[in-house]
Design a protein around this ligand. Structure first.
Ligand code: NAD
Length: 266
C-alpha cells in the first residue's frame, strides 16, 4: 500500500506540540502542504514549519484560539489564502482542567468544553463550508474532503476527577457521528481517533516514574504510545487507503479500552 497526499492541503489544530505536531510532520512527509495552527506558542509552530520547508515540503504556522469563532474563521481564511484549497482537517486541539467534581469551577468546566468540543464544531463547520465551496478535486483524492477529530479513550471510559474532559470527548463522538451521517452523501469522510496513553505534555506526570508503572497496568499491549503511533493513523485516515472508512472511531490505545482490570477477575 503506497500512501501519497501530494497536492493535498491539511490543517492541523494545536500543532505546536504533541500529537498535533506529530500529525503535521507525518502529513507533510506524505506530501501534503500543512497549516500548523497554534494557540499561544508561536515559536515551536514556526520552527516546525521551517523544519518541513527545509525538508522540501510546504508549511505555514497560523495562530488562532479554536474556541473563538472569529479566530477560527480567520485561521481558515489565511489557510486558503496561502494554499488555495483544503482537503484534510485534523481537529486536534485539546486540554485538561482536572479536579474532583464537587470542586470543579464553572470556569474550568467551560474552558474544557469550549476548547475540546466547541472548538471541534467550529473547525469542522469551517472545513465543511470550504469543501462545499471548492467541490470535487479529481485526481487529488477520492473524497471531497476529510475530517479527523482527535477524541480520546475517555469518549468511552468514564474518568473520575476529569468529568469535564470525559464529557467533552463523549460529545466529540456524537458530534463526529452526526456530522458523518449528515455529509457522507457529499463524499466527505468524517472519523475520529481515540488515543489511549500517548507520551506528550498533556500527561507528562502520568507517563513517568511510579505513575508509569500504575499506568502500564491499564495497557494490555504493555507500553505507552508515541506521537508517531497516532500520526500513522492520521495519515491513513486522511488518505484514499481508508476511503471506505466513515463515521467511525479508531482507538489507538494498546488495548486500554478492553477493560484490562477484568483480566484476572473472571
Ligand atoms: P498537548 O498539550 O501537547 O497538545 C494540545 C494542543 O492543543 C497544544 O498544542 C495546545 O496549544 C493546543 N490548544 C490548547 N488550547 C487551544 C486553543 N484554545 N486553541 C488552539 N489550540 C489549543 O497534548 P496532546 O497529547 O498532543 O493532545 C492533543 C489532543 O490529543 C488533545 O485533543 C487531547 O485531548 C488528545 N489526547 C491525547 C492523549 C495523550 O495521551 N496524549 C490521549 C487521548 C487524547
Amino acid at each position: 500500500m503506497h500512501i501519497s497526499l501530494k497536492q493535498q492541503v491539511a490543517l492541523v489544530t494545536g500543532a505546536s506540540s504533541g500529537l498535533g505536531a506529530g500529525a503535521a510532520r507525518a502529513l507533510a512527509a506524505a506530501g501534503a502542504a500543512v497549516v500548523i495552527n497554534y494557540n499561544s506558542h508561536a515559536e515551536p509552530a514556526e520552527q516546525l514549519a521551517n523544519e518541513i520547508r527545509s525538508a522540501g515540503g510546504q508549511a505555514i504556522a497560523i495562530g488562532a484560539d479554536v474556541s473563538k469563532e472569529d479566530q477560527v474563521e480567520h485561521l481558515f481564511a489565511e489557510a486558503i489564502k496561502a494554499f488555495g484549497f483544503l482537503d484534510i482537517l485534523v481537529a486536534n486541539s485539546g486540554l485538561q482542567k482536572d479536579s474532583p467534581i464537587a470542586d470543579m469551577s464553572l470556569a474550568d468546566w467551560n474552558t474544557v468544553i469550549e476548547v475540546n468540543l466547541t472548538g471541534q464544531f467550529l473547525c469542522a463547520r469551517a472545513a465543511l463550508r470550504q469543501f462545499a465551496k471548492q467541490g470535487d478535486r479529481p485526481g487529488v483524492s477520492r473524497a471531497v474532503g476529510k475530517i479527523i477529530h482527535m477524541s480520546s479513550v475517555h469518549q468511552l471510559i468514564p474518568w473520575a476527577g476529569h468529568a469535564n474532559y470525559a464529557a467533552s470527548k463523549g460529545g466529540v463522538d456524537l458530534l463526529m457521528r452526526s456530522i458523518a451521517q449528515e455529509v457522507g452523501q457529499q463524499r466527505i469522510r468524517v472519523n475520529s481517533i481515540a488515543p489511549g496513553a500517548i507520551r506528550t505534555a498533556i500527561n507528562e506526570e502520568a507517563t513517568h516514574g511510579a505513575a508509569l508503572e500504575k499506568l502500564l497496568k491499564l495497557i494490555p499491549y504493555g507500553r505507552v504510545g508515541d506521537a508517531e503511533d497516532v500520526a500513522n493513523a492520521v495519515v491513513w485516515l486522511a488518505s484514499d487507503a481508508s476511503d471506505y472508512v466513515h463515521g467511525t472511531t479508531l482507538f489507538i490505545d494498546g488495548g486500554m479500552s478492553l477493560y484490562p482490570e477484568f483480566r484476572d477477575n473472571g
